[in-house]
Design a protein around this ligand. Structure first.
Ligand code: KG4
Ligand code: ZN
Length: 344
């Protein structure tokens, strides 16, 4: 069988990702090489992603990263058979960089360009692991911008079971971390601080926990954290206040994780499915993994996670989503036309 080589580009937010995936017949597509540049340190000074700076940095990085992927693969640009790129959702200017480069390269090489939905990339990222899940499964998608539970029956067959009505889980981590004086993006920092704290020290709200539906709300939690931060004082970071901060971090993390676990179990019960896939940046959270693992083990449910490095945004998941679509004949690739991005 002929091998198809797909070069994938991700530039929806603050990571520039490029990757090459090979697909041949029915065999699982194979990640050949990938390169990633995170802009996190650049945005840290501003406490969040600055869209204009993000676009400009994607411009600087995207071609050097492409060269790196090709040299790691021992391939030339002419060996590429298709180019995939993130069409959205994300920051418009940032998306346009990846899309513009992808569509231009495709035109120059006279190969098709394939737009990919960013969240489909996250959903299918466990297929980059050595032990990919079988369909159907429930997916918990928890990133900085999204918190959703989906029923996944096949590539391209996604049914939304529930989502957040306000903030995303990652946003809840990041906003609470900011209130605790931690750098952006605060999720991993808050998680590290929480290791030293008591998760039961503060009784924080778990919004919609008992709604009976797989929906989420995190805005109220952030407000509750703010109230506690005001009580312990703005510079709780020094001396004796460290333990207080760690306790608050641990309690915040516990509240978010409790909700994510409970709603995932609800979605599994509702659908009767026995497999759960966790994807998106918050999927890297150790407490979430521990609690999901133990709750699911009791119920005979298998949980799949992408590798830690593939939980957050990357080009490999975009190239993989494209490869899985190509393999199933599900592509309507564009050739030589205009292109559009879909920020929302
Ligand atoms: O999937 P992702 O890279 O970007 C989006 O598409 O949004 O997710 C980034 C989010 C951020 O909110 C970040 O704080 C969070 O994932 N995150 C974590 C952890 N690692 C990343 N949150 C909690 N614990 C972690 N270990
Ligand atoms: Zn993402």
């Amino acid at each position: 069988t002929a091998v198809q080589r797909i070069l994938g580009f991700e530039s929806s937010c603050d990571e520039t990702g490029v990757a090459l995936v090979e697909v041949a017949g029915d065999a699982p597509p194979r990640l050949v090489a990938q390169a990633l540049h995170s802009q996190i340190s650049m945005h840290q000074a501003y406490g969040g992603v600055v869209p204009e700076l993000a676009s400009r940095d994607h411009v600087r990085r995207v071609l050097p990263l492409t060269r790196e992927v090709l040299s790691q693969s021992g391939l030339a640009l002419q060996d590429v058979d298709m180019i995939a790129y993130t069409q959205g959702p994300g920051l418009a200017g940032a998306l346009l960089v990846g899309a513009g480069v992808a569509v231009s390269l495709a035109a120059a090489l006279d190969v098709p360009a394939l737009p990919i939905h960013h969240l489909e990339g996250h959903l299918l990222s466990p297929f980059l692991s050595a032990d990919p899940p079988e369909f159907p499964f429930v997916a918990l998608l928890v990133s900085g911008g999204h918190t959703q539970l989906m029923r996944v029956d096949a590539v391209g067959s996604y049914e939304m079971l529930g989502e957040t009505i306000d903030d995303a889980a990652g946003e809840a981590f990041d906003k609470s971390a900011k209130l605790l004086g931690l750098p952006y993006p605060g999720g991993p920092h808050l998680a590290r601080m929480a290791e030293f704290g008591n998760p039961e020290a503060y009784a924080l709200p778990r919004p919609l926990l008992h709604s009976g539906k797989p929906d989420f709300s995190f805005a109220g939690l952030k407000t509750a954290v703010l109230t506690q931060v005001k009580k312990i004082g703005p510079d709780g970071g020094s001396g004796p206040c460290d333990q207080t901060k760690a306790d608050l971090a641990a309690s915040t993390q516990a509240a978010i994780v409790d909700v994510l676990v409970k709603k995932s179990l609800l979605a599994l019960t509702e659908t009767g499915l026995k497999r759960l896939v966790v994807a998106g940046g918050v999927g890297a959270n150790a407490r979430l993994r521990e609690q999901l693992n133990s709750a699911c083990a009791k119920r005979g449910i298998r949980v799949h996670y992408p590798e830690l490095l593939l939980c957050t945004d990357n080009g490999a998941m975009i190239a993989m989503a494209a490869a899985l679509r190509v393999q199933r004949g599900m592509v309507q690739p564009q050739r030589g036309g205009g292109f559009e991005v879909r920020p929302r």
